[in-house]
Write a protein that binds this ligand. Structure first.
Ligand SMILES: *[C@@H]1O[C@H](CO)[C@@H](O)[C@H](O)[C@H]1NC(C)=O
Ligand SMILES: *[C@@H]1O[C@H](CO)[C@@H](O)[C@H](O)[C@H]1NC(C)=O
Ligand SMILES: *[C@@H]1O[C@H](CO)[C@@H](O)[C@H](O)[C@H]1NC(C)=O
Ligand SMILES: *[C@@H]1O[C@H](CO)[C@@H](O)[C@H](O)[C@H]1NC(C)=O
Ligand SMILES: *[C@@H]1O[C@H](CO)[C@@H](O)[C@H](O)[C@H]1NC(C)=O
Ligand SMILES: *[C@@H]1O[C@H](CO)[C@@H](O)[C@H](O)[C@H]1NC(C)=O
Ligand SMILES: *[C@@H]1O[C@H](CO)[C@@H](O)[C@H](O)[C@H]1NC(C)=O
Ligand SMILES: *[C@@H]1O[C@H](CO)[C@@H](O)[C@H](O)[C@H]1NC(C)=O
Ligand SMILES: *[C@@H]1O[C@H](CO)[C@@H](O)[C@H](O)[C@H]1NC(C)=O
Length: 398
């Protein structure tokens, strides 16, 4: 089964709408292919070499590093991975070589006040397993690499001598499948850096809940179980977590991993995350008659009973975050109530005149407050539809 975010299309449309204002001074960054990755068997699904895009820091940020995992769903069986290996999500050969850096990756202080002058790196996603796999499929006619963990290792080892090993401050981030990767790799990231480096992690739209769908089937759990098995992920999951839970595969869910993540962590997510709404709460398999079609396209078209179910999902997310919210003194939280998915990468949701806000603060300001310890930064929105600052990805008027 292939779970490429079905709302990517909408996202692109959305980016296209604001393109006129952003395009003029768009920052495009060239791809760096990791030539030495082959030596440790770090390959994309199709056997191509992994890659990243780097834009150098300067001034006061010259020794600070932001690493950002690209997202883009997962593939969890041979057919969907074979298919993906022939697309830009499974092969660096098929990717755009110039990547646009915006939002948290922007180099413009008025668009990215706290990280604009850092070394900023985008890790391209080509393994289909949130940079966690370590397996291979080879039946003589079809060869697929599930080598996400080695790709992660190869990229880090390529960056260390380029200055990462001397970092004063470091932030590991990512969105969606990349947000999940930043939770899963947070401890490992910190193990590569000296104990004098301030290491922190940010998960954007990566807090995928272990929640049943509207028919009480564990659709997402089953999906992840197949992913972990196919891609050999279990051995790379956090040992403290896998040792403390009856099914170790469950440790791919951030909610179970959370208490074992050592560096300070920021959780950025919408409580009505569109991906989770469409794939975890109401996956197509749970709504074959299409009762949710209108509501999925436009929250204003949801019936009261559907809104109640969406609210219950929000409560479930807040419950999973309860102990982090109350007890993590170094943690940050921004859980808004927008029909959104990924809010740190695009300029209009990260930091702009009309960006989403809570307590009058944008996401960029909240993340900066947390990273630099300027203020406590834990914000939870009131339930939909109270927040007028949302950039909803769905709905006729966005
Ligand atoms: C930086 O961003 C501001 C606000 O969007 C814009 O007015 C300015 O032209 C940008 N500067 C550069 C060098 O792109
Ligand atoms: C990107 O890098 C490639 C390979 O190093 C080079 O051939 C190409 O000219 C670069 N493109 C730009 C726009 O810098
Ligand atoms: C290898 O696997 C692919 C995908 O499942 C299948 O189409 C192909 O027939 C298999 N080849 C052999 C030799 O079994
Ligand atoms: C981090 O990951 C690398 C590469 O997979 C591995 O060799 C290393 O042991 C890991 N470090 C820790 C502390 O888990
Ligand atoms: C940091 O590591 C060095 C050696 O690697 C060690 O001597 C020192 O005690 C460590 N400092 C802290 C605060 O852990
Ligand atoms: C994880 O386990 C190791 C020992 O295996 C322990 O030193 C460490 O404190 C544990 N970390 C957390 C966050 O529980
Ligand atoms: C916070 O930690 C305390 C002490 O460990 C514990 O008693 C309490 O239940 C925790 N609160 C939540 C909401 O997890
Ligand atoms: C909201 O923040 C802006 C800029 O950060 C500030 O100018 C404004 O006074 C604030 N509004 C309120 C109601 O605090
Ligand atoms: C710090 O955060 C609190 C709670 O959100 C807010 O009331 C206060 O104004 C903030 N202080 C500063 C200096 O931004």
């Amino acid at each position: 089964m292939e779970l490429v975010v079905s709302i990517v299309f909408v996202l692109l449309t959305c980016a296209g709408m604001s393109a006129s204002s952003v395009d003029r001074n768009r920052l495009l960054v060239n791809m760096t292919v990791v030539r030495r990755a082959g030596a440790i068997g770090a390959y994309c699904l199709d056997g191509s070499l992994p890659a990243y895009h780097i834009h150098r820091g300067f001034g006061a940020g010259a020794r600070n590093w932001l690493l950002q995992f690209e997202g883009g769903g997962w593939c969890n069986d041979i057919n969907s991975c074979a298919e993906r290996s022939q697309t830009r999500r499974g092969s660096t050969r098929l990717m755009n070589k110039l990547e646009s850096f915006s939002g948290i990756l922007s180099n413009n202080a008025s668009r990215n006040p706290d990280f604009y002058n850092w070394n900023r790196v985008k890790l391209r996603y080509c393994d289909g397993g949130s940079f966690m796999g370590d397996a291979k499929f080879d039946n003589g006619t079809l060869l697929l690499y599930f080598r996400g963990q080695r790709i992660w290792q190869a990229i880090i080892e390529d960056l260390l001598p380029k200055g990462l090993s001397l970092a004063r401050k470091a932030l590991l981030s990512g969105c969606s499948a990349g947000g999940l990767a930043s939770y899963l790799h947070c401890n490992n990231f910190s193990s590569y850096l000296p104990n004098t480096t301030a290491v922190k992690c940010l998960g954007d739209a990566g807090f995928f809940l272990d929640s049943p769908d509207i028919n009480m089937y564990h659709t997402q759990r089953t999906f992840f179980q197949h992913l972990v098995t196919l891609q050999g992920i279990e051995k790379n999951l956090d040992k403290n977590c896998t040792n403390s839970i009856s099914d170790p595969k469950q440790c791919i869910f951030p909610q179970y991993l959370l208490k074992y993540i050592t560096p300070p962590l920021f959780i950025l997510n919408s409580a009505y995350d569109v991906y989770q709404f469409h794939h975890i709460l109401v996956p197509p398999s749970a709504d074959s008659l299409g009762h949710w079609n209108h509501c999925k396209l436009n929250p204003k078209a949801c019936r009261p009973d559907q809104i109640r179910i969406l609210h219950a999902f929000r409560v479930e997310m807040l419950t999973a975050l309860r102990s982090f919210l109350f007890n993590s003194s170094r943690g940050g939280v921004f859980i808004n109530s927008c029909f959104a998915h990924c809010q740190s990468e695009s300029q209009d949701t990260w930091f702009a005149q009309d960006s989403p806000k809570m307590h009058n603060e944008t996401i960029a300001e909240s993340v900066g407050d947390w990273y630099f310890g300027r203020n406590v930064s834990k914000k939870v929105d009131c339930p939909y539809p109270c927040d007028a600052t949302c950039h909803n990805l769905i709905g006729p008027a966005f």
